[in-house]
Design a protein. Structure first.
Length: 365
């Protein structure tokens, strides 16, 4: 098996997390198969997920990557293509190897609209498409006239190396540099902030804050994740407009260790997106026993198992979002037993063992 991706280890986004988990799962499900993983933008691998012998990073050398992948493909019957932006590879692979199994991974917004040129041709030429959510499957098929039976749903999983430790205490010393303290009631959003992706709902939460502050004067809304300059300015303008500067912390990138304690410190995780894929952060938050509020109009519905793992709201209705947050703050995070019960539910549905079983069911022996 050959896995071809844009990036698996260089970046830290949801697609990279998906690629890492898929790579590890393929090796564990098929330990005796010849497996190789190549990434266009990467330099080296995280050896927890794959050995150096099986991984090759091409450091953005596009022509070398394409030519080498075409040559390597002769040794593999099943080839995973990690993103539609590798459509040139799909077209060339199908021309050179008409009988090989080509599987395209579809993550979300990149395939929701009608594709043109090589991308349109690639969608027709792959053997199958694995979409991370039912929403992405429906959008992809409708926009590109793809038969529904060509697309299967293969959702994200919880990273097997995530330490979902509910019982240990919060390290407030680790959070103090971010102006976060025990007396505060914390709403958390963890996502990348990009100006061209203004659909993740943190702007709606900022707009909802004034209606929540009368009952929760120590409320703190924490937005953690990398941001570009334009989106940071847009968020700062919103904060100023609603006069909630004291109640919002825009953290930027934070290390994994800090993220773990943000999950512990928060009362609710909220990201009412209207154009998102099945975000790993929803699964991670729930695995930490943290109640989740998400949008009801995108792949978030799958991540929350149709509302059985959290609360789904209209992502465009600020009043509805405010009411959902208020309700969850009233309930609180629940006891350790409540949090462990939530954790058990999400691992049963989206844990790494369940993920590996789905992989085996799709590929067979």
């Amino acid at each position: 098996m050959l896995l071809l991706t844009l990036s698996t280890f260089k970046f830290t986004g949801g697609i990279e997390k998906f690629n890492r988990c898929l790579l590890k799962a393929v090796q564990e499900v098929y330990p005796n198969k010849d497996i190789a993983a190549w990434a266009l933008y990467d330099t080296e691998a995280d050896k927890r997920y794959v050995s150096s012998a099986r991984f090759r990073g091409f450091q953005e050398q596009k022509i070398k990557f394409v030519l080498a992948a075409l040559w390597e493909a002769r040794k593999h019957e099943t080839i995973f293509i990690g993103h539609i932006n590798l459509s040139i590879l799909i077209v060339l692979l199908r021309f050179l190897y008409p009988k090989k199994q080509l599987i395209l991974m579809a993550h979300g917004i990149e395939v929701w609209e009608q594709q043109k040129g090589l991308k349109a041709k690639a969608l027709q030429q792959v053997s199958s498409i694995w979409a991370v959510s039912n929403f992405t499957k429906k959008q992809l098929c409708a926009a590109n006239h793809i038969a529904l039976d060509k697309v299967v749903v293969f959702p994200n999983t919880i990273d097997p190396y995530l330490v979902a430790d509910i019982e240990s205490p919060i390290n407030w010393d680790l959070l103090a540099p971010y102006q976060l303290y025990p007396h505060q009631t914390i709403i958390l959003t963890l996502t990348r902030l990009q100006h061209e992706e203004q659909y993740k709902g943190y702007d709606k939460i900022i707009a909802a804050l004034p209606s929540l502050l009368s009952q929760y004067p120590n409320l703190k809304y924490v937005i953690a994740g990398k941001y570009d300059a334009d989106e940071k300015q847009r968020v700062l303008d919103l904060i100023a407009y609603y006069q909630v500067g004291y109640h919002v912390e825009l953290l930027g990138y934070v290390a994994d260790e800090v993220v773990q304690h943000l999950y512990k410190a928060a009362t609710v995780f909220a990201m009412p997106s209207s154009g998102e894929v099945v975000e790993n952060v929803f699964l991670e938050a729930i695995s930490m026993g943290l109640p989740v509020i998400a949008g009801n109009a995108d792949g978030s519905v799958d991540a929350l198992d149709q509302g059985r793992l959290g609360v789904l709201v209209d992502p465009h209705a600020v009043d509805t979002i405010a009411a959902a947050i208020h309700s969850q703050l009233e309930k609180g995070k629940g006891s350790i037993i409540d949090q462990q019960a939530l954790q058990t539910k999400v691992y049963t549905q989206f844990g790494f063992d369940a993920y590996k079983q789905r992989l085996h069911n799709l590929l067979g022996s």
